[in-house]
Design a protein around this ligand. Structure first.
Ligand SMILES: [Zn+2]
Length: 289
């Protein structure tokens, strides 16, 4: 089994033909390894943008790439074909799924391809690495540079935000935390419709109580003092993306506000429940979950 760790840089440009913004890929950087994660090959190519002829200031600042660097080079299809040969049947890995989103977008735009031809299995290294140090939290993802700092992997700030440097740094981070979590559990089969559904699924909060994914059982609250089931006093009200209702415990007299939220994800609904003090809004701090 081989692995390819890929990082992309892209520039956001407005397409007049589709009347929408496209994250146009301008650089591929990747490192290939054997099963023990020893480097066996590298891939580094610039892509000449076709939609956005001029790089945005932010991209220039971040990547230190110039319009001249990109002019007169290869187009997306020729670079992606070369990359397809490079990947072969390796497991593709990226730090976070935004590179996969950019690939899907670019293949659709340039090739009308609904799928990524070199993708057979995929691992999100950000999720893997976070799980390996027991810091995985969907709502609070850790950027690559920050992650390297946390685990004490040194890197030069100057070199980051170029594709190859970021791919190497991702590899270094993975090797440092390897063993903290079974890697197989983070490798997804990617040559199927389900993979694209998963990638393109937009997590969202359910804000309609009639939604069939709202589990009514989760809207019952027990008293946090005596443990008995509390009684709801008023109707549920929507508060940001949560539902709030006032409760009273008939046993001990405790009054509180019950708050519950339902987050719809590809794999199911994540319920978050907590008790907050009534009308003491200054105490409503965000909890770590
Ligand atoms: Zn009570």
């Amino acid at each position: 089994m081989n692995y390819v760790i890929l990082d992309l840089e892209w520039n956001t440009a407005f397409s007049k033909s589709t009347h929408s913004f496209v994250n146009e890929i301008i650089e591929f950087g990747a490192v290939k390894t054997d099963a023990e994660f020893n480097e066996t090959a590298a891939f580094e190519r610039l892509v000449t943008p076709r939609i956005g002829k001029k790089l945005s200031g932010r991209v220039k600042q971040l990547t230190h790439l110039t319009n001249e660097d990109l002019a007169g080079g290869e187009d997306f299809l020729s670079v992606s074909r070369a990359f397809e040969d490079f990947v072969g049947d390796s497991v593709l890995m990226t730090w976070g799924t935004s590179d996969i989103h950019a690939l899907i977008e670019n293949f659709r735009f340039y090739n009308r391809d609904k799928t990524i031809p070199f993708l057979s299995s995929y691992c999100d290294l950000q999720e893997y690495c976070e799980r390996a140090i027991d810091r995985f939290d969907e709502g609070n993802q850790i950027g690559l540079g920050r992650f390297a700092e946390i685990i004490g992997v040194s890197f030069s700030e100057e070199e980051q935000h170029r594709a190859a440097a970021d791919a190497y740094l991702s590899l270094k981070c993975m090797k440092k935390v390897m063993g903290g979590y079974p890697l197989e559990q983070c490798i997804l089969k990617a040559d199927c419709e389900e993979f694209y559904k998963r990638m393109l699924f937009k997590n969202h909060f359910i804000t309609d109580l009639k939604d069939p994914d709202v589990d009514r059982e989760q809207m019952k609250f027990s008293c946090d003092v005596c443990g008995r089931q509390a009684r709801r006093l008023k109707k549920w009200r929507l508060h940001n993306k949560s539902f709030d209702a006032d409760f009273i415990c008939k046993n001990c007299g405790r009054k509180f506000t019950g708050r519950v939220s339902f987050k719809k994800r590809f794999d199911g609904v994540k319920v978050n429940k907590r008790i907050i003090e009534k009308k003491e809004k200054t105490e409503e701090k965000q909890e770590d979950t």
